[in-house]
Design a protein around this ligand. Structure first.
Ligand code: NDP
Length: 290
């Protein structure tokens, strides 16, 4: 049985360190880092993510503000809200929870966040810097994934890494971060011909697809490090016959854990680390503005 990379425990220890750091920052600069989170509409998943982010900010002792806008808010009003936060001296990080309602141009919104306050690292300016190898704000989920791999103590340099998924928020940036650490990286996607064989070659396998349990033990090289980014809610029937649901990853954890050397669980793996990296990014934005 592989060792579980406990994202919850790793997050907690990082957040405890941040608590100390924020006290010191306040003493040194006379104020704490401040994160602004904007949510549009009532999507239950988005609400729950946002709650997690605000709770984490309060846990580490950071200031935060939640801006709630109605589902039918005009794009102009959202851009105006961002502009005010861009200008606000005391706001260090701005995050707009995605996805946004259809009538709002997501790209326009991301582009409007001032690059120094772009805690998600989604602004094209930050993306360009990441790919150029310049100092930048690194997107939270990929950053957390690298921390989890590094926590195992394995050497990334020279290893074969396979990232399944090529989204802008997970697959592509995590592939670049692995490349920066001298892994030989393959990015697989829905058109990859023999996905199972590609995955079996990986010393480090990152699954970021959004398909419940699609990566089974037969797709994993013995001893591989497996990072499961997927968050999939599947329906279940409770003992009393009522309908419920539970979260599963993209990796079939029960079979994969028997063959991997290290593996992340879902829930309790990449999810908590993503939020913790958001806190870290907010501190970095705060420092870069001093
Ligand atoms: P996207 O839907 O943007 O991307 C999914 C990727 O998976 C695409 O590149 C797609 O390929 C690829 N894909 C789809 N089907 C297959 C297949 N059968 N075989 C191989 N590749 C396939 O998703 P995200 O990157 O945004 O998210 C991925 C998962 O990670 C989701 O479950 C999401 O909820 C979760 N997530 C978790 C986070 C966390 O904090 N734990 C944060 C962000 C996301 P193609 O490009 O060819 O269409």
């Amino acid at each position: 049985m592989g060792t579980i990379i406990d994202g919850k425990a790793l997050s907690l220890s990082l957040k405890e360190e941040m608590k100390e750091r924020i006290i010191n920052l306040e003493n040194e600069y006379g104020r704490k880092p401040r994160l602004a989170v904007i949510i549009v509409g009532d999507n239950p998943a988005s609400r729950s993510y946002v709650r997690g982010k605000i709770n984490a900010a309060s846990f580490v002792g950071m200031d935060s503000v939640l801006v709630e806008l109605p589902e039918d808010v005009e794009e102009r009003k959202l851009l105006e809200t961002i502009d005010n936060l861009n200008r606000d001296e005391n706001t260090d990080g701005i995050l707009v929870q995605l996805p946004l309602p259809r009538h709002i141009d997501e790209e326009k919104v991301i582009d409007s966040i001032c690059i120094e306050k772009d805690v998600d690292g989604f602004h094209p300016g930050n993306v360009a810097k990441l790919w150029l190898g310049r100092k930048c704000i690194i997107p939270c989920t990929p950053k957390g994934i690298i921390k989890m791999i590094e926590s195992t103590g394995i050497e990334i340099s020279g290893k074969k890494a396979v990232v399944v998924g090529r989204s802008n928020i997970v697959g592509k940036p995590v592939a670049k971060l692995l490349l920066d650490r001298n892994a030989t990286v393959t990015i697989a996607h829905s058109r990859t011909r023999d996905l199972a064989q590609t995955c079996r070659e990986a010393d480090i396998l990152v699954a970021a697809v959004g398909k419940p349990n699609m990566i089974g033990a037969d797709m994993i090289k013995p001893g591989a490090v497996v990072i499961d980014v997927g968050i999939n809610r599947i329906p279940t029937i409770r003992e009393d016959g009522t309908e419920g649901s539970r979260l599963v990853g993209d990796v079939d954890f029960d079979s994969a854990a028997g063959i991997a050397s290290f593996i992340t669980p879902v829930p309790g793996g990449v999810g908590p680390m993503t939020i913790t990296m958001l806190m870290e990014n907010t501190i970095e934005c705060f420092l870069s503005r001093q």
